[in-house]
Design a protein around this ligand. Structure first.
Ligand code: ZN
Ligand code: ZN
Length: 124
C-alpha cells in the first residue's frame, strides 16, 4: 500500500494503528487511525470514511490526516491499544466508544480538525 505523505509528498505514509468503527450517520465504514511517514517522520491522527450509499460505481472515500499534538496522538494510541480487537466494528468496549466520540465530536483537544490534509493513494 502506498499512501502519499501530506507533509513531504513521498509515498511512504503507513497506517500504524487503526480501529474500525462501522457505520455512522454519514458513512458505511469509519476508522480512526494513526498514520506515520517513514520518510520524514510526520505523524497524524487520520480518519477514513467510506460511503456506498450513492450510485453503485460511485463509491466515495474520505481519508484525511489531521495535525495533532503528542498528547492527542498518545490518546488515540491508548484508545486503540485498549481494545482487544480493533478490527471488530461491532465491539462495544470503552475504547471503541471513546474512538467514536473522538471522531464524531471533532472538537477533541490537540487535533487541528480545521486543517484536514487529504491522504492520496499512489499507484506504483
Ligand atoms: Zn513525509
Ligand atoms: Zn473494542
Amino acid at each position: 500500500m502506498a499512501l502519499r505523505c501530506p507533509d513531504c509528498g513521498v509515498a511512504a505514509l503507513g497506517i500504524e494503528e487503526s480501529i474500525e468503527l462501522g457505520s455512522d450517520d454519514r458513512s458505511d465504514e469509519v476508522a480512526l487511525q494513526i498514520v506515520e511517514c517513514h520518510a520524514c517522520g510526520a505523524e497524524y491522527v487520520a480518519v477514513y470514511e467510506e460511503s456506498r450509499r450513492g450510485a453503485l460505481d460511485d463509491e466515495s472515500v474520505w481519508h484525511a490526516a489531521y495535525p495533532a499534538d503528542t498528547e492527542a496522538l498518545n490518546e488515540v494510541r491508548s484508545i486503540i491499544a485498549s481494545c482487544r480487537d480493533p478490527r471488530e466494528a461491532d465491539c462495544g468496549c470503552r475504547g471503541h466508544q471513546r474512538a467514536r466520540e473522538f471522531v464524531q465530536d471533532e472538537d477533541s483537544p490537540g487535533v487541528d480538525w480545521e486543517q484536514p490534509k487529504p491522504i492520496v493513494f499512489v499507484r506504483d
